[in-house]
Ligand binder design. Sequence first.
Ligand SMILES: [Zn+2]
Length: 83
Amino acid sequence: MSDFAEMAEAFEQARTAPDVTDRATGLEEADRIGGVAMVRERLQGQGAEECEECGIEIPAARRRAAPWAVCCVDCQGLREGRV
Ligand SMILES: [Zn+2]
């Protein structure tokens, strides 16, 4: 099953759950699957030429080393420190 179908199913189950706890658990599950799908897409993706955060051009060496990168090393560090 694709991530999207799995996510849609989890949402549907959550939406129709009789119990509010089941509903919350279902939404969490759908969210988790959605997160996985997003990360996977990003890993397969082309990344960005310019940093999403500060807009500078991401150096070619970084793009070769991390083709999925969407921000520069500095901003990536800040993101990881922040989260
Ligand atoms: Zn940056």
